[in-house]
Design a protein around this ligand. Sequence first.
Ligand code: ADE
Length: 254
Amino acid sequence: MSQKPLGLICAIPNEIQHFGSAFEKTSEKQIAGFSFFQGRLDGVETVLVEAGMGKVNAAVVTTLLIEQFNCRVVLFSGVAGGVDPNLGVGDVIIGTKLIQHDYGMIVSDKLRTYQPGHLPIHLPTEKLGYDADVILIDKLLQELEGFDLPMISAEAAGGESRKPVITSGTILTGDQFIGCTVARDRLCNELGGLAVEMEGAAIAQVAEHYKVPFIIIRSLSDLAGEESTMDFIKFLEETAGGAALVLRRIIRLL
Ligand code: ADE
């Protein structure tokens, strides 16, 4: 019996294009306005889909990958805004915990983040976010030890060209592009995130329902401050490839 395929999601064309010639397409299926490409990525059966941005798009395609294509793991490859001051543009993060930072209750004009689905009563603090499979993530991190990505350009690094860091930690998700240092620092301090993006924790929520593992890989295109839209435009091409290269390096372990 052949193995179930991997499901691979990107949000935008600039992210998906980095799989280019490594993805050998065998067929294509349209469902609910999304194009699902079936084929092999570096020889591994994979269904590839461009979801568009945001949590709802991500949740719909994750559900379809599992229900319609019987995917055994759901992966995301793309960019994020950096939230942790120790990380810079071009660094890559593998999510160990995915938190929906925009779900919760407004108290005194401020959002208290709750776990999705939780009532606005009884402080829902025992569990926040969705945990990735730690054993699997550890295995992937071991495989990535000594793996060098292409150098980050001096312009993207904001100084001298440097080697990208590959690390793991909490990734925050919300239906907002963050372009504000105050919001970014609050997200880092209150939720302990390394990066912020717009799909990962929605994928994790659906995957958890189905008991299917998820892997979210993000390279930093910007630092989510006031210059984030300019940096996103300037560095998207250069940085989105980092997440794709990391994913291709670990694909045989999934
Ligand atoms: N994806 C890339 N940069 C981002 C940012 N600053 N906020 C949210 N999602 C992002």
